[in-house]
Structure formats: structure tokens, C-alpha cells
Design a binder for this molecule. Structure first.
Ligand code: BGC
Length: 517
């Protein structure tokens, strides 16, 4: 290993270099790609509960809600048509992430971000100006394409730019921007819902152009990652970039690893066929299960339906929107905890602690609702009782915000080797989007049928995923991204999928001795 400031944090080797201002700003700008995703998550629920919006585009839903006099709190808001509108974005994002995979690999990460931003911008304009449902849905599909491209490229970009020992922190900038986007959207909805004249929803939808413009313009100034430059045959540029982002001339060791990774990458003509190979089984399984589990925590029940949920819990109209703002603030600030700890404590500890915290708080919400509403859905909450409910919802959101939220994007972006990284990230995005869609679609019906037990349903999944992490996720903190293969080789279960050749190949090719793992 070359000399210099070597910090060994994760049991593996690290390259010399420091956190330069240049890399910090590059990651900051790229992370703003999370704003468009967050803004949309936060804005949709509020807009679809505005009367003027429903009256214009979904008159039947509007009429039904007006006529509905049932007192069963669990079943008041069940309307599929509206959820189809909300979820159309996720289906579009799912498909788009596969196209983004090719753009990200062949043209470089920044062009996927740029494309995502621009398409999202057009979608926002269409939505803000919508005259009929067709314009609305078309706009939403464009928003989805934008999200698909951004979520596919941004996490990979961040993980490649960051020095290994700070990769967690810099990557979580993406989740931080998601939570900031959600909070801004919640606040904007709170304001626009008060606009008299029935056009508040237009302001909410049209303001999505702001985050879209930020990432579109910002991405134009971004340098490409050294990994992507080498992969596309620009070796000299990559060397220069590496010196610049690491702030040292001592980059040969890291550079050699990138070249080796790129050599392997060149042997792979069809990443999609390759990803099915036995030696990639650990990454593939984890790359599918992590986004699946992330959605099965039930977080989006809170994010999309907080106003509805708080209404079910007995809060008034205004109070329920305000409670959504509170969870938005908790979500943002708790994410900072993971920024500060992920590279010290590691991924596993955060996952495990977050899982236990979510399980306890989710169960408390279920129990409190069971006591007051029972299975009939009839009942009323006192102020103190409602306060307790909000408290446990906040503890739950906090647990998610420093575990499954950020790690759901960080871990898949750092475990795939270069040759299948882009394809792997598309799988991550599409699984995430698919289950976001399923939950968004099923939640209202599930609430109506499962009642308070809905919280125990998600709680059961949290138990499963926490056990999965304990047994099957190796610690990846501080391990250089192109050295990740060694982590699987050392794992009690996954080692059986990795032959010695798979790990040694790269080092032998480069004429280097085996790494110090
Ligand atoms: C998830 C979203 C979720 C958000 C909440 C993200 O990591 O992918 O589905 O709404 O976190 O902060």
C-alpha cells in the first residue's frame, strides 16, 4: 500500500487522501438530486386531500367523501382511483431506472442526473398547468421518469466520489435532501391549503420546478467520477480527477484498483446477464431485499398518509397537517444522526438499533389505537392521548431516519462491483419503487380491514428484516468500494458463493500481492 494518511476504519485498507472542499461540494450538489424525490413524496398526500383539487379532477371521489357519514375511523378514506394517480409516478420511475442504467454506465453518472432533472421539470410544469386528468397523469409519469434517473445515478455517484472512510456520511447527503424535500413540501402544502379560490394545489405542484432546476443546473457543473471516467476509457482524466478529489498526488494505489475494476468491467458485455452469475449472488440478494424491506417498514404510510392517519387518530383537519409537519422535522433532524455516526458505528449497528426502535414504537401505536378505537373504529381521543400517539409516531420516524432510510440507499450503492454497479442500482431503485407503489396502493384498504393490526403487520416485517441484517449483512464501513469483494469472501454464509479466484483475479492481474484482508 502506498504511504500517506492511512486510516483503517473497517478492517480493510484505505487509500491516502482527505475530504477536500472540491469533493464536498461535488457531493453536496449531486445530493440535491434527492430533493425532487422528497418533494414529490411530501406534496402528493397534501394535494390529494385538497377539496378544490378533488372537485376538479376526481369529482366522484369528492362527492363520495362529502356524502360519507360513516363513523368508522378506519374506513373513511378508501379510494382506489386517487391512489392510482399517486402511484403512477412509482411505476414510471421503476421502468425509467432500467434506461437510466445504460445512460449512467455509457455516458457517465452526471448525464443521468441532468436528464432526470430536466424531465422532472417538464412534468412539474405540466402538473402546475393541468387542465384535465390526462395532463395530470402525463405530468406525473414525467416526474416518475425524473425520479427514476436521479435515484439510479445519485447514490452511485456519491459512493464513488467519496473517500472510503467517509462514504457513508457523503452518501447520506442524498437521504438528507430527500427528507428536506419532504419537509419543504409539507410546509408548502400547509400554506397553499389555506389559499382561497381553489388554486392552491397548482402552486404546490408547480413549485416542483424549483428542486428540478437545482439538480438540472447543478449537475452541469459536476465532474464525472474517476470510476466512470476509467470505465469509459479516459484514464488520464481519471488520474487527474483522483488527485483533485483526494487532495494528494499519492493516488496510485487507488488508481490501480480502479483500473483493475475497469479491466474486469470490460470483460462484461451484458451486465444484466452477468449479474445472475453465482459470484454476484450475495450482492444481488441484498440489493433486492434491502429496498423491499425498506418499504415494508411501513414508513410511507406515515409519509403519504400522515394527514389521513392523524385524522383517523382523531385530530382535526388543520391539526393533522401540522402533525405531518412535525414528523417531517423529526425525519430531517434524525437523519443527521446517521450522517454523523454511520462511518464510526458502521451500518449494521444503525440497522439493528433502528429496527428495535421501530418495532417498539410501532407496537405502541397499534396498542394505543386498539385501546381507543378497538375493531369497530368508533371512538375519540383526548388531547393527552393524541399527544402520546404523535410521540410514538415520532420515535418510529426517528428510528427509520437513522437506519433504513439512509442505509436503504447507501448499502446497495456500495456493494456492487463496477461491472454491474449500474445494473445493480437499477434493481435497487425498481424494487424500491415497486413496493412503494404496492404500499401506497394497498394502505387505505389495509387500514380498513386490518385496522390497528396494520401496525403489527409492519412490526412483524421489521422483526424479519432485523434478523436478516444480523445474520446476512457484512459490515461495509470504511472498505474501499472496488475492494468490496473481499467482504463477501470473509462472511460466514456468503463466502460459499465466492471462489478464491474471484477475489484474487484482480490483484494478480495487476501484478499486486494479495490485499491485506
Ligand atoms: C425512502 C422513501 C421514504 C423516505 C422517507 C426514503 O429513503 O426510499 O420511500 O418516503 O425515505 O424519508
Amino acid at each position: 500500500m502506498a504511504g500517506g494518511a492511512i486510516v483503517n476504519t473497517g478492517g480493510g485498507k484505505d487509500y491516502p487522501g482527505k475530504l477536500t472542499v472540491f469533493v464536498f461540494f461535488a457531493c453536496f450538489v449531486a445530493a440535491t438530486g434527492g430533493l425532487i424525490f422528497g418533494y414529490d413524496i411530501g406534496i402528493s398526500g397534501g394535494v390529494t386531500s385538497m377539496e378544490s383539487f378533488l372537485e376538479k379532477f376526481f369529482p366522484e371521489v369528492y362527492r363520495k367523501e362529502k356524502l360519507d357519514t360513516s363513523t368508522n375511523q378506519y374506513c373513511r378514506f378508501d379510494s382506489q382511483l386517487l391512489t392510482i394517480f399517486t402511484s403512477s409516478l412509482y411505476l414510471a420511475a421503476l421502468v425509467a431506472s432500467f434506461c437510466a442504467s445504460t445512460v449512467t454506465r455509457v455516458l457517465g453518472r452526471k448525464w443521468s442526473m441532468f436528464g432526470g432533472g430536466v424531465v422532472f421539470l417538464v412534468g412539474a410544469v405540466l402538473n402546475g398547468a393541468a387542465k384535465n386528468v390526462l395532463m395530470l397523469i402525463l405530468g406525473r409519469i414525467l416526474l416518475g421518469i425524473g425520479v427514476g434517473f436521479a435515484n439510479q445515478s445519485v447514490p452511485v455517484y456519491l459512493s464513488e466520489m467519496a473517500p472510503a472512510r467517509l462514504r457513508g456520511m457523503l452518501n447520506i447527503g442524498f437521504q438528507l435532501m430527500i427528507t428536506f424535500g419532504i419537509l419543504c413540501a409539507n410546509l408548502i402544502n400547509y400554506g397553499t391549503a389555506k389559499i382561497k379560490g381553489g388554486w392552491g394545489w397548482r402552486v404546490s405542484l408547480a413549485l416542483a420546478v424549483v428542486p428540478a432546476a437545482i439538480i438540472s443546473i447543478g449537475s452541469l457543473f459536476l465532474p464525472d467520477t474517476p470510476n466512470s471516467l476509467i470505465e469509459r476509457g479516459h484514464a488520464e482524466q481519471a488520474k487527474k480527477m483522483l488527485r483533485r478529489i483526494r487532495g494528494t498526488d499519492d493516488i496510485l494505489d487507488e488508481y490501480n484498483d480502479l483500473v483493475a475494476a475497469s479491466e474486469e468491467s470490460k470483460l462484461v458485455k451484458h451486465p444484466w446477464a452477468n449479474i445472475m452469475k453465482r459470484k454476484y449472488r450475495p450482492q444481488l440478494v441484498i440489493g433486492i431485499l434491502i429496498p423491499f424491506f425498506q418499504q415494508l417498514t411501513g414508513i410511507n404510510v406515515i409519509m403519504f398518509y400522515a394527514p389521513v392517519l392523524f385524522k383517523t387518530m382523531g385530530f382535526g383537519n388543520d391539526a393533522s397537517l401540522m402533525s405531518a409537519v412535525i414528523t417531517g422535522i423529526v425525519n430531517l433532524f434524525a437523519t443527521f444522526i446517521s450522517v454523523l455516526t454511520v462511518d464510526k458505528l458502521g451500518r449494521r449497528k444503525l440497522f439493528l438499533e433502528g429496527g428495535v426502535q421501530m418495532l417498539i414504537s410501532q407496537s405502541m401505536v397499534g396498542i394505543l389505537m386498539a385501546i381507543k378505537l378497538g375493531t369497530s373504529g368508533e371512538g375519540h381521543f383526548s388531547k393527552a392521548y393524541s399527544g402520546f400517539l404523535v410521540l410514538f409516531v415520532c420515535i418510529y420516524v426517528m428510528g427509520f431516519a437513522w437506519s433504513w432510510g439512509p442505509l436503504g440507499w447507501l448499502v446497495p450503492s456500495e456493494i456492487f462491483p463496477l461491472e454491474i454497479r449500474s445494473a445493480g442500482q437499477s434493481i435497487n431503485v425498481s424494487v424500491n419503487m415497486f413496493f412503494t407503489f404496492v404500499i401506497a396502493q394497498a394502505f387505505l384498504t389495509m387500514l380498513c380491514h386490518l385496522k390497528f393490526a396494520l401496525f403489527f403487520f409492519f412490526g412483524a416485517w421489521v422483526i424479519v428484516m432485523t434478523i436478516f441484517i444480523a445474520l446476512f449483512l457484512p459490515e461495509t464501513k470504511g472498505v474501499p468500494i472496488e475492494e468490496m469483494a473481499l467482504v463477501w469472501k470473509k462472511h460466514w454464509f456468503w463466502s460459499r458463493f465466492i471462489s478464491d479466484d474471484d477475489v484474487h483475479e484482480r490483484n494478480v492481474e495487476m501484478g499486486k500481492p494479495n490485499s491485506a484482508f
